[in-house]
Design a protein around this ligand. Structure first.
Ligand code: SF4
Ligand code: SF4
Length: 877
């Protein structure tokens, strides 16, 4: 251990006892996180990365248990605090204990032998000097053995010295409490220095505080919410989690984790449930906070792009072990373990025409192979790889700590991935249009039922898809991308008439499917199939693989050939199922298995075989690889390309992962809030994105290359509600290029701030009291990406309020207009404020809805030529 190590795991083993035996989820992990650094723990599902983090916090639930190893937390202030409070647990030569002293002085500097300092601390705990206090025992270095510490102490450390953020903010927050109460709870733990006892008095106090936070705690809570970029924190502090978007909920969780100013933040897949633009905001926030607070971060993720962008060092896990560890540039530039190398090779990238998946599956953690865990899948495996313990070898320059658990000093990468069949460039050219949608709409009523409708409750209509024009050519793969809730899946389902469209036409192979009778539609469905995102939930758990694949054959009475004397219909179908299983790379011997007996990749193959059973021409693929690990994803993407070649298939490929889309699609349509905003050939879209939304979306993709500095456009705020989308261009509430009126001289950044301010005034979200109150911190008017906690509203003078409200410097008439609006707000006249602002700053982007041009690369944006006759263009939504 070195002095700057904050957390160190040594020989950590965590097992889950099951009827079949012990699942070795973590099997001898050594890992350190130093002060101020970000360490990435990366691996595919089941690699043990989350269990490692839970073990570090002693949060493994039964039947799991830590079966060996130690976890040391070397925060010296924590050691001093615990030593004072629990002196009986200070380890000395005569006593065991979980508090270890390694350096310091005692008896007013007369001794510096660690054992003597530990004894002195144990004998005179009140003499232990803690931060800001005096004492004759000075502990300078030491650690707490977290595996030996009791649960009461662990509770103090968790949420106090160590903060945690988990993947799904909705399940991590209590839906019954306001966000303010949840942040305050964490603050109070800090205030009590972790000494709050489970007494009746505290219980009563807590229940009282729930019904209303004390002024002081409330202010601190608001400050914290502002720090993590929650706009209008003074108002939102009293809202419940369901009133927050996914990104904002994650910010609340970060506020909770940071309330106690932890020294270590453990972030377990903190952005996995978020869209790429929101992920960019959150990663940016974590980076900023880390720099400001000097925390260390343990970042657990499956996303190598996130690792490359945020981490200083990275540890790659496979089947419960760390197989490679080193500085992030070293690992990405010089991967020295075959698993790391093959994992990187399976990521879709700009240059990879053909992906090279890792063959095989992760081994059964109950029954591990002898020797190297990766041997059954390793292209460079040798007989000696399956014997004994595999050592760690040092790689890279001598002064760099880069270790790899492999017997090879190096391996020949030149042969890898050269024999994997067709290449994307050899694809058959695309043909005539097969599918065309015009003005396709799907609106959902929010009335809960007849009663709401009868009572006339106007709950609004969700305009999930709102006028989509798409053309898909034969043998083409058209990508449909956008953030969640943009309407891409609803578009796919409306095209297949799995959802009845509200309006518009869908012409498939010359027929408008809206005009088809039920029986004709059923026949047409043979040609139009769907592959779903989550194969586990889309497959019937009670049906075997064979029954699942054969079901559409039965529905459509296939195969069409009449059965003969020797071959019954049943035999024909059985034979067809075998052919289909082989076509998708499944072993026909698995035909009697149930979905839960198969891996995620195998289940997705079953879903594909089922879609192919009726010999379709067109398949809507709805996020077909997003639930899969990157190595399995590569297998499925390759399979889909091969099947397209073989059967001349046409795909509508719906996805949020732009690297995947870039790899597999010929053209891409970008959706935002129910509309298509840009369409282009894949290369052209990536090389020259036109629409500001597309540009932001592409810039937010984390690059799995630490040498690339992302020129990122961080979008402010969230996607607006599809119930009441913004007028004109729907992206205008977030657009970084929103167009100022021609007679207003203002720079882009300032105009964006003005637009955000206007939006808040129009929505009644402006907190006038906070503007008056000198104590309340201000947030930037940008939806939360650049919170300012140091700024305070010092007066009710409109001019100084404008200075506090705006990051950019406003001058002249622009400033006067804002000041007038602020005066109206102080007078309580929100409408006059909104009108004043609208008169000067109203933009074409809010007056007119931009449309796609008739061009090979159209973009629905006023920055590009729009149809000349304004009267023919929609004025509003
Ligand atoms: S030890 Fe052998 S099987 Fe394991 S990664 Fe190295 S070469 Fe491959
Ligand atoms: S129309 Fe205006 S708001 Fe919309 S994307 Fe273009 S510039 Fe931005």
């Amino acid at each position: 251990m070195t002095a700057d190590e904050l957390l160190s795991l040594s020989g950590l083993r965590t097992q889950f006892d099951t009827d079949r035996g012990a699942v070795k989820a973590v099997d001898g992990v050594d890992l350190t996180v130093r002060e101020g650094e970000t360490v990435g723990l990366v691996g595919e599902s089941g690699s043990g990365k989350s269990v490692t983090a839970l073990s570090a916090m002693d949060l493994v639930d039964s039947p799991g248990r830590i079966a060996g190893g130690t976890v040391s937390f070397r925060a010296v202030e924590t050691v001093r605090r615990l030593a004072r409070r629990h002196p009986d647990h200070i380890a000395t030569p005569d006593h065991d204990g979980y508090i270890h002293v390694e350096a310091g002085t005692a008896r007013d500097g007369q001794t510096s032998a660690p054992d003597e300092v530990a004894r002195a601390a144990r004998d005179s705990p009140k003499q232990i000097a803690v931060s800001g206090g005096d004492g004759s025992v000075h502990i300078e270095e030491g650690f707490v053995d977290l595996t030996a510490a009791p649960e009461t102490v662990m509770r103090e450390i968790r949420g106090g010295d160590m903060g945690m953020i988990f993947q799904d903010p909705m399940t991590s927050l209590n839906p019954a409490l306001t966000v303010g109460e949840q942040v305050a709870e964490s603050l109070e733990l800090h205030r009590y220095g972790g000494r709050k006892k489970d007494s009746w008095f505290n219980a009563v106090r807590e229940s009282l505080s729930r019904s209303g936070l004390s002024e002081e705690v409330r202010e601190e809570t608001i400050e914290l919410l502002a720090e993590v970029g929650i706009p209008e924190p003074g108002q939102r502090v009293d809202e419940h989690p369901h009133e927050f978007s996914g990104g904002m909920r994650q910010r609340v969780l970060i506020a909770i984790a940071l309330a106690c100013r932890p020294q270590l933040l453990i972030a377990d897949e903190p952005t996995t449930a978020l869209d790429v633009t929101i992920q960019a905001q959150i990663l940016d926030l974590i980076n900023e906070l880390q720099a400001d607070l000097g925390m260390s971060v343990l970042m657990i993720t499956h996303d190598l792009g996130v690792v490359a962008e945020t981490c200083d060092r990275v540890a790659v896990m496979y089947a419960g072990e760390i197989v490679e560890e080193g500085p992030v540039e070293e690992i990405f530039g010089n991967p020295s373990h075959p698993y790391t190398y093959t994992l990187l090779e399976s990521i879709p990238s700009e240059d990879a025409e053909r992906l090279t998946p890792i063959e095989g599956n992760v081994p059964d953690l109950i029954d591990m192979p002898e020797g190297c865990n990766f041997a059954p899948r390793c292209p460079w495996a040798k007989p000696e790889c399956t014997e004994g313990e595999i050592p760690y070898l040092q790689h890279g320059p001598d002064d760099v700590d880069h270790r790899s658990k492999c017997i090879l000093e190096s391996f020949d990468k030149s042969e890898y991935g050269t024999d994997t069949g067709i290449r994307a460039s050899s694809k058959t050219p695309t043909g005539d249009p097969l599918l065309e949608t015009k003005g396709l709409k799907k609106h959902f009523s929010r009335a809960d039922g007849m009663l709401d409708e009868w009572l006339g409750d106007d709950l609004g209509t969700v305009k999930a898809v709102d006028g989509v024009d798409l053309t898909v050519h034969e043998r083409e793969t058209l990508g449909l991308v956008g953030e969640s809730g943009c309407g891409k899946s609803t578009t796919g389902r409306s095209i297949l008439r799995l959802l009845e469209p509200t309006d518009g036409t869908v012409v498939f192979a010359g027929d408008d499917i809206a005009d088809l009778s039920k029986s004709d539609l059923r026949k047409k469905r043979r040609d139009m199939q769907m592959i779903f995102q989550d194969p586990l939930s889309s497959l019937d758990p009670r049906q075997t693989v064979a029954a699942t694949i054969a079901e559409p054959l039965k529905i459509h009475d296939l195969p069409a050939e009449a059965p003969s004397q020797d071959v019954s219909k049943k035999d024909q179908r059985r034979q067809r199922v075998v052919e289909l299983m082989e076509a998708v790379g499944l072993d026909p011997s698995q035909r009697d298995r149930y979905p839960h007996e198969m891996s995620g990749g195998q289940r997705q193959r079953v879903g594909i075989a089922r879609a192919l059973a009726v010999d379709p021409d067109f398949i809507v693929c709805d996020e077909p690889v997003s639930a899969l690990d990157v190595s399995v994803q590569a297998q499925i993407l390759n399979l889909m390309e091969e099947l397209q070649e073989e059967f001349g298939l046409t795909y509508l490929f719906i996805a949020h992962d732009l690297s995947v889309v870039r790899h597999i699609c010929d053209r891409i349509a970008v959706m935002y809030l129910g509309e298509v905003v840009e369409v282009a050939a894949t290369d052209e879209l990536f090389d020259d994105p036109k629409h500001p939304y597309t540009r932001a979306l592409l810039s937010a993709i984390p690059e799995p290359d630490p040498t690339v500095t992302a020129d990122r456009v961080i979008l402010s705020g969230d996607v607006p509600s599809p119930v009441d989308p913004p007028s004109g261009c729907r992206f205008r509430t977030r657009c970084p290029s929103v167009i100022p009126p021609s007679d207003v001289d203002i720079d882009q950044e300032a105009f964006r701030e003005v637009m955000d301010f206007r939006q808040r005034v129009e929505d009644g979200r402006i907190d006038v009291e906070a503007m008056r109150d000198p104590q309340t911190p201000a947030t930037a008017a940008d939806g939360g990406t650049e919170a300012r906690v140091e700024g305070t509203m010092a007066s009710t003078n409109p001019s100084s309020v404008v200075d506090d409200l705006f990051e950019t410097r406003l001058t002249g008439t622009n400033r006067e207009t804002i000041e007038q609006a602020v005066e109206h707000l102080f007078a309580g006249d929100h409408e006059a404020a909104a009108e004043t602002l609208r008169e000067r700053f109203e933009t074409v982007c809010e007056r007119q809805r931009p449309t796609l041009q008739e061009a090979p690369h159209p973009a629905a944006c006023h920055l590009y030529d729009q149809p000349s006759d304004d009267d023919e263009r929609p004025q509003n939504h």
